[in-house]
Design a protein around this ligand. Sequence first.
Ligand SMILES: [Zn+2]
Length: 560
Amino acid sequence: MSDIPQIGTQGTTGTVPIHSTDEAMEKINREMGEKTAFEEAKNKGMGYINIALTPINPDILYLVRPEIAKSAQILPFFRIGKKIRIAVVKPENQLTEQALQDLRNRGYLLNLNLASESGMKEALKIYDTEYHETHEIENVLDEETLEAYEKEIENLTQLKEKLKDVTSEEALNYINVGAIKTGASDIHYQPEEKNVMVRFRIDGVLQEIFRIERPLFENIANQIKYKAKMKLNINNVPQDGRFSFVINKRKIDVRVSAIPTEFGETFVCRLLDSRRSAFEYDKLGFQGFALDHIKKITKLTNGMVLVTGPTGSGKTTTLYSILSAFNNPEKKIITLEDPIEYNLPLISQSQINEKRGYDFANGLRAILRQDPDIIMIGEIRDLPTAETCAQASLTGHVVLTTLHTNSAVETIPRLLNMGLPPFMIAPTLSIIIAQRLVRRVCPKCGVERKLLALEKQELETAIQNIHAVSPGTKITLPEKVKKPVGCPACSHTGFAGQIAVVEVLRVDSDIKNLILNGASTAIIFDTARKKNMLTMREDGLMKMIEGITTLEEVTRMMAA
Ligand SMILES: [Zn+2]
């Protein structure tokens, strides 16, 4: 080990007491290891992290599999959206490089922090106890939003000090405002043996914000229970309640659920912001008529909403956003998923289990007996599921689900081929959303390039079509378009984050009649065009013209 000679070279050997135990020696070695890592990081212009002392969010361990983490000596320890802070010991090591490249290929932006070998060894033990496989959802966030979150979270960490000197009511307000500012959907107060962990769920991912001492938590907990009209003297049975507060003239409803645990009551406060859902659809990539249509889904009282696209097209994210938009605690929402990709508070989620006969079709029948208002089914894979979905939506339920098709209109022949008759499809379908993902050009390093003559021609025709289909769309033929370059901020990929490219077909009475009369896909498509439906390609081109993505990305996406 390089630690030992270094103690000598730095002249600290003399400070080691002769009677030092192995433990003391180990401690010194560890400290020297940290010091070496710190110096090395400085020389390399990298960040340094004392990883053994850093609280690690177990929810993000799945990003790197245990055997990879151990062989490559890397450990992700903090994540916001697609941005990951990751500890590394030997960045030049081939295994390390491979593992990091793999993460980048999956679309993550990495911030590398050098850690000592001994610290890493210690920290990696977390995989033995806390690791569980989960599935990631695609996060569609832009760079600016991420930076804003990071800054806010830094401020929040300082907030912890502030909380000590204020009343419990003020402390609760500070935390609530902090959560709203970071766009969090929930606040979790989780008591542990010695203190209480406060976590925010931001874009579906739980992030540890800080830990507070128990006496302070007891005060905040009482404040929450008081405000939410829960029984103050009861802490051994689950309780629910709600309260609201106002921030920037926005009323935020808070749904509180308290559950007794080993170390005291755990509180989950869900923040219901009525303005949130519209913003989120924007962020996902919905605009114009597509945005209008998706926003109206929450007004439905029955009918089927289908999100279609290949694997990795962001379907699940869209479905979850729609579910969150329903946001009405009086509505009963049940999901049937394989697997559950994302935990949503206050929604009953269930996982299919083929071995126990709990498949999509059987599960759906079981769910219907619980009389939900809204049902989310992970995917329609066969006729029995399609039939049950159709029946459910005909009997006063809203059914949200996905299907693998290449365009919105193609969904109709797809259901027909499955064996669902036109007289069931027509009254059932409400909205079909087809989508893909394109990468966003990194705002830090993207440059402009001139359009080639041929590209100009094609684009001109596309713009004419867009104007014809969707009058009032404000786009013109650009002189220049974006070209990716690559910089440290985007890990030299030239891209940062992704955005959905969509086409939304509202199945109105005209389209329903066409389906009933067995009209061809071409006729249905033409009718949809007359009702302002832009295609995914057109939506992508508009995003390209706005400088969000590149022409090459749109072409790649259409070929996928
Ligand atoms: Zn860049």
